[in-house]
Design a protein around this ligand. Structure first.
Ligand SMILES: Nc1ncnc2c1ncn2[C@@H]1O[C@H](COP(=O)(O)OP(=O)(O)O)[C@@H](O)[C@H]1O
Ligand SMILES: [Mg+2]
Length: 556
């Protein structure tokens, strides 16, 4: 062989071995083979090929060659044993070559060790990737640049409820359409699944028709600068959303509770304040009631006093009255006697007449005669007034209060008017329009109390000077007594409260708010009622209506 040829052989990238099929010995090897296997070229010469190709199937092959069945081999994977004992992966070709009469076998091998390692590494990586994909909690879908499904983990299929048939049908469009259809945001999802080449990352909240909530994120898959597909990660966040919602709700609830509690506290506080105010009012009323009691006690003792005084005065007034009657009689008799004596004067002697004339002049008989009768008349008049006052005092003292009596209401009105005359006379003219009522069986002094209250209220209502009209009337079943004033009237909002005990619009000290409530009670006891008509600024009319056939209940 020429040096040139040897040079070319030695620098060839492949391992080259020339084998004698009869002995299976290596006849010739190139430098690449010697270096790769770790032998010298000399060492290789004469070495059985099965020392290098020592795998079982190779040994069988070479035995067949030795028996005369040399088969050619093309691109077959195999393993070569090196001098160090290491095994080397190779891809080999064996072909027959002829040199003169002899036929030899040329073995050419390429080392594939690195390639194999890379393939193994790739396989490992792929299986790791697969395992990772399957063990992650996200459903993962990978689309290629054409929008076709490149991969999908099992969780993704399970999350979306993709049926086995649909998976096996290999119809990507149908599968993607199914997925898009199963959420409320179908259009959005459809857009996301078809925007494979979008460089942006996306994240969307999707509501599955069955109520679950998914968070779907996607990002482009790059090979270098080039987008080659898109990876979708899908997370079921239903529980998270629910617990967030529950948290929000319970927080809201808590807020509402706090607000309610605050409001309740405020209300309680208000109630407390109101109760305090009410207590203050009640205390005020109690004080007033106490005053009223004191007052009525005082009135009662004044009444007793008046009754006693009336009784005491009644006797002397009685005998003074009868004495005065007698006295008038006597005086007129004596005047008649005096007239008779004067007539007889003409027949008297001058010496007895002179002293008489002198006496007559000194006592002024003419005046005496005139004045004595007017004195007597005045005294009788004064006495009449005293009698009436005594009667009023008796009336006022309610001496016979517990007894029902037949009484004249108009007379009662008159006597009450005299008692309150001082209160009224500077404020109002009193007009009387009496109808002439029949006698009534009643508690007259209590009714007088009612009339007194109405009269005093009427007088209080008049600012400046006005008129109080007292009117009576009757029909078949009832009698009525009216007290009308030209006072300031009652406000509509007060109208329904005036009969409440202690309701008063008058300043402290002036009004007790008891007058009308007492009156109401008394009239009710007579089975009657009180009517009110009032016009602001014009005046008020109170009408006491009493049934004629009333059977008053026993006095309280
Ligand atoms: N004739 C009236 N005109 C105007 N207001 C009246 C009249 N009578 C009663 N009132 C009103 O009714 C209230 C209650 O009257 P009353 O029970 O007698 O209590 P008092 O006179 O002590 O206030 C009075 O404070 C007043 O506001
Ligand atoms: Mg009053």
């Amino acid at each position: 062989m020429s040096d040139w040829a040897q040079l070319m052989l030695d620098h060839c990238q492949q391992l080259m071995l020339l084998v004698d099929p009869a002995t299976l010995e290596i006849v010739q090897a190139n430098e690449t083979a010697a270096q790769t296997l770790g032998y010298g070229v000399e060492q290789l010469r004469g070495m059985p090929i099965t020392d290098i190709e020592s795998a079982l199937q190779d040994v069988f092959y070479w035995e067949e060659v030795r028996s005369g069945l040399p088969q050619e081999v093309r691109g077959q994977d195999g393993e070569y044993r090196c001098a160090s004992g290491d095994m080397l992966s190779v891809s080999k070709t064996i072909q027959r070559v002829s040199s003169g009469d002899a036929t030899l076998l040329l073995v050419q091998a390429t080392v594939t060790q690195q390639e194999r390692q890379m393939q193994d590494a790739l396989a490992r990586t792929l299986s790791q990737l697969r395992a990772t994909l399957e063990s992650t909690g996200n459903g993962i879908l990978v689309l290629n640049w054409q929008g076709r499904i490149d991969g999908m983990n099992q969780l993704f299929g399970k999350m979306w409820g993709v049926s086995q048939e649909l998976l096996q049908a290999q119809d990507d469009a149908a599968l993607l359409a199914f997925i898009a259809r199963s959420v409320q945001e179908a259009d959005l999802l459809r857009a996301r699944l078809s925007a494979v080449m979008d460089a942006r990352e996306t994240q969307d909240l999707l509501h599955h028709q069955d109520g679950r909530v998914f968070e779907l994120s996607s990002r482009a898959q790059y090979l270098g600068e080039q987008i080659v597909g898109r990876v979708f990660g899908c997370l079921d966040i239903t529980e998270r959303v629910r617990s967030e919602q529950a948290l929000r709700e319970s927080r809201d609830l808590l807020e509402v509770r706090v607000q309610e509690r605050t409001a309740a506290l405020a209300a309680a506080n208000e109630t407390l304040q109101a109760e305090k105010a009410q207590q203050a009012v009640l205390i005020g009323r109690l004080e007033q009631a106490q005053n009223q009691l004191l007052q009525s006690e005082r009135m009662a003792s004044i009444g007793q006093l008046a009754a006693g005084v009336a009784h005491e005065i009644n006797n002397p007034v009685g005998f003074v009255n009868s004495n005065l009657g007698s006295l008038q009689h006597y005086v007129s008799d004596m005047l008649r006697l005096l007239a008779a004596y004067e007539k007889a004067e003409a027949g008297l002697a001058e010496e007895s007449l002179a002293p008489l004339r002198e006496l007559k002049q000194s006592v002024d008989v003419a005046f005496l005669r005139e004045d004595v009768s007017s004195l007597l008349a005045e005294s009788q008049d004064g006495l009449k007034r005293v009698t009436r006052i005594v009667q009023d005092l008796k009336d006022f003292s309610h001496v016979d209060e517990a007894e029902r009596q037949w009484a004249d209401l108009e007379a009662g009105l008159e006597s009450t008017l005299r008692v309150v005359a001082n209160e009224i006379k500077y404020k109002a003219d009193v007009v009387k329009e009496y109808a002439g009522l029949p006698q009534m069986e009643c508690f007259p002094f209590q009714l007088n109390q009612v009339f007194m209250n109405l009269l005093v209220n009427a007088s209080h209502a008049i600012e400046g000077h006005g008129t109080i009209t007292l009117r009576t009337g009757q029909d078949d079943s009832a009698v009525w007594v009216e007290v009308q004033d030209t006072g300031k009237g009652i406000k509509p909002e007060h109208l329904k409260r005036i009969f409440e005990p202690f309701f008063t619009t008058k300043p402290v000290g002036q009004g007790t708010g008891l007058g009308l409530s007492l009156s109401y009670g008394i009239v009710q006891k007579h089975d009657g009622h009180i009517e009110v008509a009032s016009e602001l600024g014009k005046g008020t009319t109170f009408r006491v209506v009493l049934p004629k056939k009333a059977a008053p209940k026993p006095a309280a």
